[in-house]
Design a protein around this ligand. Structure first.
Ligand code: OFO
Length: 170
């Protein structure tokens, strides 16, 4: 049985993961308006990943005989500036999510909830990957200064991303 404090925080995290999906879907739509189909693809797959994160928390709360309470999802921006500015926002958002996951770990430790702490370690590792992949794209965009042939090539590369549910990987 989940203690109330962590149940509430896990429900808030489900909301943050759904907000993340909504944010990246909005970035995907915005990338389409920029004529950047590869970036739009990358963002859309990122949105799918966020849904899988939300589902992992959703299932975990039920596994522990807790109650999932879905809350309203905040509105997301619809404009994100240049491609580089958009990926800066991706990294910033992922850093915010990392802090939120770390806070959940702190709560699990505080209330001696070893099962939640163990489950959350998956997310701690996932956030390292999430931040690293955004940073790697920012580094590439910095190299080409966000324009010309280089930008075209980066967009092409982002177009090759396919969805693999990270929660199902070994
Ligand atoms: Fe992007 O990691 Fe979940 O939110």
């Amino acid at each position: 049985m989940l203690k109330e404090k962590i149940e509430k925080a896990l429900n808030e995290q489900i909301n943050k993961e759904l907000y993340s999906a909504y944010l990246y879907l909005s970035m995907s739509a915005y990338a389409e308006t920029l004529g950047m189909p590869g970036t739009a693809n990358w963002m859309k797959i990122q949105a799918q990943e966020e849904l899988s994160h939300a589902n992992k928390f959703f299932d975990y709360v039920h596994e522990r005989d807790g109650k999932v309470t879905l809350m309203p999802i905040d509105a997301v921006p619809n404009e994100f500036g240049s491609v580089k500015q958009m990926f800066d926002k991706v990294l910033e958002h992922e850093q915010y999510i990392t802090a939120s996951i770390n806070n959940l770990v702190d709560i699990a430790i505080e209330i001696n909830d070893h099962a939640s702490r163990s489950m959350l370690m998956w997310f701690v590792d996932e956030q390292v990957e999430e931040e690293a992949s955004a940073q790697a794209i920012i580094d590439q965009l910095n190299m080409v200064e966000g324009k010309g042939h280089g930008l075209f090539m980066i967009d092409k590369e982002l177009g090759s991303r396919t969805f693999t549910d990270p929660t199902q990987e070994a």
